[in-house]
Design a binder for this molecule. Sequence first.
Ligand SMILES: [Ca+2]
Ligand SMILES: [Ca+2]
Ligand SMILES: [Ca+2]
Ligand SMILES: [Ca+2]
Length: 553
Amino acid sequence: MLASSTLLSVSLVLGHITENPIKPAIGSEMRPISGAQVKTDENTEERAAEPKSAMLIELAPKMLPKRTIRPSDTPLTARAIERRARLRTAPGLVDARDLPIATARLEAIRATGARVRTESRWLNAVSVEATREQLDAISMLPFVQHMRPLHSSRRIAPVETARDEQLPEGGAAAINYGLMNDQLAQIAVPSLHVRGFHGEGMIIGVLDSGFHRVHDAFHSIEYPLDVVAEWDFVSNDGNTGMDAGDHPEQHKHGTWILGTLAAYLPGTAVGSAFAAKYVLAKTEDYANEVPIEEDYYVAGLEFIEANGADLATSSLGYIDWYTPEDLDGVTAITTQAVNIATANGLVCLTAAGNAGHDTDPLTNRIIAPADAFDVITCGAANASGAIAGFSSDGPSADGRVKPEVLARGVSVVSVHSTNTTGLQSVSGTSLSTPLIAGATALLMQARGELTVDGVRDALITTASRSLSGAGADPLFVEGYGMISTLAAARTGRHAEDLDLDGLVGAADLSLLLAAWGPCGNPDPTNGLCPADFDGDGQVGASDLSRILAAWGS
Ligand SMILES: [Ca+2]
Ligand SMILES: [Ca+2]
Ligand SMILES: [Ca+2]
Ligand SMILES: [Ca+2]
């Protein structure tokens, strides 16, 4: 019999950016299976014993309209279209990859009794859980081209159990970052904050295990966490928080990731992009014994892209069924999806992994999608900038530099995953990745003209090894080194260009005049006010003359 179809219409929503985020098109309302205990029809007693497998069903090319494909044929929000218009590298705004899977095809697959897990517009594929018999029936469908098993997810587990942290007294910076200060100062994030860039107008997509948003730092008056769209791909519902029946650890990982970005509790914990908006995708089932979350990841990334995010960050990885040779930029399905996302102008960041490294440049331990061509792959360092022992090494199988950049991933402070006031420190490339993602959001806010390649280049060419002249690590462990958000944002800009818009002019003059007098709000990275060009502690006549000398350049 046909499973109940609750397919949501996906041919709408253009123009509703934040209030009506699109919902992903997913089939049945049932929770995913744990082991083989799924119920797909009334014949449950018999069916429950049959082993099920998860397969990606690749389909024949979509039927195309007899005219140009339009944005209104796709589920993309107006903001997604606007981002693509600026940053997409493929021709046009949309193409066949953006069209939904035809309802008739989905229903034919469901008619076999298989459960549809997710759809991928980009890969033109449907993931299913199905018995052997059901898979045989699916293989006979005229529009089915190929089936491949779904591969395992491996959560990038923290390498150090979360440790509760106590706040010290004091703190004098313009923003008191509390215990998050050092991890942000190391990559010059406060330098962007002091220049007025806190993530305003940016949308950051996060793929993770779930997001338990009870901490006070998500509920400030000034900068409450602003989630513009969320979807739980595991349970197929609109709440990415904890669900009844979730494993007690389910929410922790994603909550820590989100905390490093969005926390705002001055004096206690302030994250890197607290003024940004967020799209959240719960794509990993912590408890499921059948580790098949690649498809959730792909669906989550399509959701984030369609909802108009500027960048997406994930600290998840997929390796179990892939060999190091498969990490060639084109093989893993998460990698394929990231390649499509970046071609659509979505900046993507991913964790290198916590499998460690060696001194052999021919071996790698990164995990998909860290091998995607334009993804920014993040390794981890400690508080003094030395590489963490657990940080996975590249290169990609085809010899590209991976990871590209580093931030702190040892004892990174985030909000407590469970209580409303505490802080915890956690280690892993899972934590360095959102630090770099937050920095990237500020960079993109300050430098709105940067393309996906431009963002990568700005981060890479101003990272520590690039600046020192050492260049990319020949052992493929450290990449180009520790990022500097300030140096990246100043790429190709004069020091006098205070608002970083590419012109020394009236806007910069008014910023200088507003800061006139003793330096009251210095950049904590170097102790200087941005407009105090000569570094004498005053914004005054000599600084003004610098602006006038550079005027128009
Ligand atoms: Ca849920
Ligand atoms: Ca190696
Ligand atoms: Ca300017
Ligand atoms: Ca001065």
